[in-house]
Design a protein around this ligand. Structure first.
Ligand SMILES: Cc1ncc(COP(=O)(O)O)c(C=O)c1O
Length: 408
């Protein structure tokens, strides 16, 4: 997608037809037009797994994966410092301990060496994150998972059609989790999907997402128990604990239509990244996230680091906006420095009897835990790639070039 202007609609045209089909059919307790099933089957197929389980968001997906894997009280789950809080939140919501580890200084994805150093007899799972669209170094992480009998959940909320040594990101771990939240490459406003290939894990995840109903299956779209069973007064419905995290059929209809043009959406993100890259490559004090050989970055954002200490992040932003730019984002706080963790540490200290599963087991979530990411994070610039018109991004890239000249 280079040269001539290209504009794609913000919402897939087919979404209107699919939504209409859902509305025409109406909402029924035990029947639907099958959008959930189609989405689950096609997403799993596209990302190299057998089963798809649609969820209400891309945090719930990870909760289900952890619950399905039996992660709970007293267990540890390793997550990277550079991620959205959803990743450690899913761990905490399972009453397990998030072990936040540092990132690689160049790719900013989970450091394999840091993971190796933090595996203990309590470790049960790893959640590497494809941050900003770049897959982490998944082969050695899978090897560690296999050696230590851990479950590996790829958090691919930000990575749609990224690749790792010829394989699509999402096809490598035991599970992969995706988000359909509004900023994501495939969106239906809010939503998510979990994929995997293991029959037992998939069924457990389906039940984890669907209140632990007994007679669900992993068949695409199998989100309700049959009416014949449910109508019986002596039917015992729930044989395990689960949340209620289904994705409404109407949202599945939109996500399905977006999935059907996924290449076009991914190509638009790449176009945007290339436009930013051309500008950044002329600037000696901005260093992009490194995409190693053999990786394909899906560019949920085009992310760079400011090297010059005399450049104030906020000045760069305000100059860009002054010149007519759309703005950019900074990075989230390093996950372990979000105040919720300090509050949790304080609460456990104050009343350990209320938190027997955390007392003596939670790390101190404080500065110094992940020095690499702590030093880089304040200097991160996340340039947007969710444009739908190549002219818009070309114009933004020009404005950013002018911004950089002001500081040179
Ligand atoms: C890396 C990462 N993980 C998880 C999530 C959670 O997704 P959701 O907002 O759908 O719960 C997001 C999205 O914000 C994300 O960017």
């Amino acid at each position: 997608m280079t040269g001539r202007q290209k504009r794609i609609p913000r919402v897939a045209p087919q979404a209107y037809e699919y939504v209409r089909q859902v509305l025409d059919f109406g909402f029924h307790n035990a029947h639907s037009v099958g959008m959930t099933g189609r989405l689950e089957r096609q997403w799993a197929e596209r990302f190299g797994h057998t089963y798809g389980i649609a969820h209400c968001n891309g945090t719930a997906t990870m909760q289900s994966a952890l619950l399905a894997a039996g992660v709970g009280v007293g267990d540890e789950v390793i997550v990277p410092a550079f991620t959205v809080f959803s990743t450690p939140a899913a761990v905490l919501q399972c009453n397990a301990v998030p072990i936040v580890v540092d990132v690689d200084p160049d790719t900013w994805t989970m450091s394999v060496e840091a993971v190796r150093q933090h595996i203990t007899p309590r470790t049960r799972a790893l959640i590497p994150v494809s941050i900003c669209g770049l897959p982490p170094d998944l082969d050695p992480l899978m090897q560690l998972a296999q050696t230590h009998d851990l479950v590996l959940i790829e958090d691919n909320a930000q990575c749609v059609l990224g690749e790792y040594h010829g394989r699509v990101a999402g096809s490598i771990g035991h599970f992969a989790s995706f988000s359909f939240q509004a900023s994501k490459t495939v969106t239906c406003g809010d939503g998510g999907i979990l994929i995997c290939s293991d029959d037992t894990l998939a069924l457990a995840a389906r039940k984890a997402a669907t209140l632990g109903f007994k007679d669900l299956s992993v068949k695409p779209g199998s989100t309700v128990v049959s009416e014949q069973l449910r109508c019986q007064p002596d039917y015992q419905r729930h044989d395990c604990l689960g949340w209620n995290q289904r994705l409404p059929e109407i949202a599945c209809a939109v996500a399905l239509a977006e999935l059907e043009r996924i290449e076009e959406l991914a190509a638009m993100r790449t176009y945007c990244a290339q436009a930013w890259q051309r500008v950044v490559s002329d600037c000696s004090w901005l260093v992009p996230q490194k995409t190693p050989d053999g990786y394909l970055n899906a560019y949920w954002t085009y992310t760079v680091r400011i090297l010059r200490d005399d450049i104030v992040w906020a000045d760069l932003l305000s100059t860009f906006i002054e010149l007519g730019g759309d703005g950019f984002y900074g990075s989230y706080q390093p996950a372990h420095l979000e105040p919720v963790f300090a509050s949790l540490n304080a609460a456990v200290d104050r009343t350990p009897e209320r938190y027997p599963h955390f007392a003596g087991r939670l790390p101190r979530y404080e500065r110094g835990l992940c020095p690499v990411w702590e030093s880089i994070q304040p200097r991160i610039v996340m340039l947007k790639t969710n444009y739908f018109d190549t002219d818009d991004v070309d114009r933004q890239a020009d404005l950013f070039a002018q911004t950089l000249q002001r500081f040179s």
